[in-house]
Design a protein around this ligand. Structure first.
Ligand SMILES: Cc1cc2nc3c(=O)[nH]c(=O)nc-3n(C[C@H](O)[C@H](O)[C@H](O)COP(=O)(O)O)c2cc1C
Length: 367
């Protein structure tokens, strides 16, 4: 069994322990993508709680790439100043912070972005049911550039790393998936063509941030929907990314269209924890960069066992309820109190990052 509290590295970034806060949309930015004080404080609290690396909620790279309301933006230079307040606060609290950047593609709503969503192919988005318009080659080029410019802003804003969102049915995943990518040009058709967009985003990002800055990706190991990406296809993509200089891979799976097999599944027993571990272990064997496994970790002993197969684990929901979970585990506690009720999605929509169970407790206490 490996020790959770030993350092490891993504590129030259030394991370003090094996616990990562997986990207969690906080719903705490304003309509222009500017992070609020509450968001900055929540991330500083996480840093104080001892987690090795914080990944922010997904930040949009362009206005039509927004995924949800109240999302943080990384789409214009004017945000570098406001975003710097996040990295400053986390660093002051002794933590490390990466920003996740995303283009939602067709997995958003026209109402939220003020235009028809765009994606690899014209279709009804499988998760949101919105009419998606096919991206032109010019739009693909612009989007790749928008990823690179956003990554450069993340670096300029003092973040320790940038994570590309290549999972959960968003644009990079839409290109990889045969279900949502039915193109017949160089960006579709064969698995190699479907991977082209991800490779070009990485190359442009690397060009924008320089050779030493840590760049990693959250990648779907499979989509868990019929006709979607399979592990057989994601393995060579992971390899291709690592060979092209990806510095780490966070392995996830599922999309919002996958129902019970969504990225945020219900976990009731220890055996259900780490539901992407087998896939993450397969990817780890195929690549030379570090692999982080996300999805359903709740017990220290399960995480310790998993560290024989992957470099680190990432958690989202447990840190919403217990931002100080890392310190608690270091002090000897065994289990997170998160019950995977998924009320955090509703709370996020209503008032921003919060745990439904904790809110219920507070309401009860107030009578
Ligand atoms: C409220 C909420 C917001 C999320 N936002 C993001 C996000 O911005 N980017 C992302 O990659 N995953 C996001 N996720 C998925 C989590 O990062 C994670 O992959 C998933 O919940 C499984 O891990 P867990 O069992 O530790 O929660 C979100 C999950 C929740 C509950």
């Amino acid at each position: 069994m490996a020790d959770i509290f030993t350092p490891w590295k993504i590129k030259d970034l030394s991370i003090p322990n094996r616990l990562v806060r997986s990207a969690t949309w906080e719903g705490l930015a304003d309509d222009d993508g500017v992070p609020s004080h509450e968001l900055i404080n929540a991330l500083a609290d996480l840093a104080e709680g001892g987690v090795g690396l914080i990944i922010t909620g997904y930040a949009y790279i362009s206005p039509e790439g927004r995924g949800l309301p109240k999302q943080t933006g990384a789409h214009i230079d004017a945000l570098v100043g406001p975003l710097t307040r996040i990295s400053d606060a986390v660093h002051k609290s002794g933590g490390l912070v990466a920003m996740q950047i995303v283009h939602a593609g067709g997995q958003t709503k026209a109402d939220w972005i003020g235009q028809q969503p765009i994606g690899p192919s014209a279709m009804l988005n499988p998760a949101f049911g919105e009419e998606v318009a096919e991206m032109s080659l010019m739009q693909i080029e612009d989007t790749i550039e928008a990823f690179a410019l956003a990554a450069a802003r993340v670096r300029a804003a003092g973040f320790d790393a940038v994570e590309l969102h290549g999972a959960h049915g968003y644009l990079i995943n839409q290109f990889l998936s045969p279900l949502t990518n039915q193109r017949t040009d160089d960006y579709g058709g064969s698995p190699a063509n479907r991977a082209r967009f991800a490779y070009e985003v990485l190359a442009a990002t690397r060009q924008a941030v320089g050779p030493t800055y840590p760049v990693f990706i959250k990648l779907n190991s499979y989509d868990a929907v019929e006709g979607g990406l399979t592990l057989e296809e994601s393995l060579p993509v992971a390899q291709g990314l690592a060979q092209r200089g990806m510095n780490a891979i966070e392995v996830s799976g599922g999309t919002p269209a996958a129902g019970k097999l969504s990225p945020s599944r219900v976990v009731k027993q220890a055996e259900e924890e780490g539901y992407f571990l087998a896939n993450a272990a397969a990817i780890k064997k195929a690549v030379s960069c570090p692999v982080i496994c996300v999805g359903g970790w709740r017990s220290k002993s399960q995480v310790e066992k998993a560290l024989d197969q992957v470099d680190a684990v990432a958690m989202s929901r447990p840190f919403i309820r217990q931002p100080d979970l890392a310190k608690r585990w270091q002090a000897g506690e065994e289990k997170a109190t998160c019950i995977s009720c998924n009320q955090c999605f509703k709370v996020g929509m209503q008032q921003g990052l919060g745990c439904g169970q904790e809110l219920k407790k507070q309401e009860k206490a107030q009578g």
